[in-house]
Ligand binder design. Sequence first.
Ligand SMILES: [Zn+2]
Ligand SMILES: [Zn+2]
Length: 436
Amino acid sequence: MPKGADMTYTGPGVMPGFEDRLPHARDGAALQMQLDAFLGAHEEGLIGFRRDLHMHPELGFAEYRTTGRIVERLEAAGLKPVVLPKGTGVICDIGPSDGPTVALRADIDALPLLDEKPDVPYRSTVEGVCHACGHDVHTTVMLGAGLFLAGQAEAGLLPGRVRLIFQPAEETPGGALDVIAAGGLAGVDRIFAVHCDPRVEVGGLGLRVGPITAACDKVFVKVTGPGGHTARPHLTADLVYALAKIVTELPAALSRRVDPRSSLSLVWGRIAAGSVANAIPDDGIAEGTVRCLDDEAWHRAPDMMKSLLQSVASAYDVEASLEYVRGVAPTINDATSVQMFRDAAGQVLGEDAVVPTPQSLGGDDFGWYLESVPGAYARLGVRPPGAGDYDIHQGDFDVDERCIAFGVRIMAATALTALWEGRRPTGDEAVDAALI
Ligand SMILES: [Zn+2]
Ligand SMILES: [Zn+2]
């Protein structure tokens, strides 16, 4: 049984005796006290919530139970969650709409993997489905941060609106686009997310300005020609030779047409043509992925590939067509938003908590949000101290559950930082600013 079934939020989470500090919630010490009080009352319940999700993982666009659990907790706190049109995923606004709006995003889906963890009480109960990417943690962290911020709003301390985006189907990319299509980014000034990272020890936060995850698209090339006898390639079009040229020339030419710093790479995963040694076939295919860290190069990639493909194909007199399927946009962190994460971490995690994090060629559909709204994506430390190397998307992936409280602290503090910094000065503040 998961621990702490009751985690209904009951108040603004302010330590008795600190009420007089309420109007100064920008003060890091006051915020820290409020978070301590909130987590003192709710950390165990949040861990129980994560374990419950972990035991009942659901794949992308099938997260009905998960959605129900989220809605239940938000409604119990007096909030008004809205379920997305396809029936999974939730959007919930907190606080007044007359200030800036900051969105927080958590993905809620699991992976089609076998849970291979040794005997833990919260192992997956669904055969072949597992929260091996930590989305159960993301969901719990955002729920906790949302409940804390709801308390702040109730106490009149939220200088704007926070939108919680519980996004479905990150692993089967499309969930972010559904959120955007449903108006999830309307009115949003800035957006933040954290993702579990077993390379960072629990209590740490990995930050990076610029690209942090890559775009990942799929390409399908089809080549056709008249076909014929291998004795007479000059009387037909040598389709296999042409396909081989396409497969080797395209990655090479692309690497010379874009800035190497964009890390654009085309790698083939499948190639097929022909059925017998002495006949030139009349069609063939090549399939692969394109990964890229730069937004501009990523936008140019389909046209560039199309023209390179045509030029190689025409040299060998074959017809070639390209189907270019967008996967996810690169996640490119805005410097101001990263600074907000950094400032918040300094307040609630400690000055040493922030660590640099490398670029990854893995993808996350959070990049779609950053195509239209500035924001940042951070790595949440989940590795138990002293643990060896391990990774997400593995059947034995697990976290040091103290990461949940750290995650709540950083998400809540970052939202508050962004709201305060995004707020236009009014009245006395504007006068004060002018005097300075
Ligand atoms: Zn994943
Ligand atoms: Zn993930």
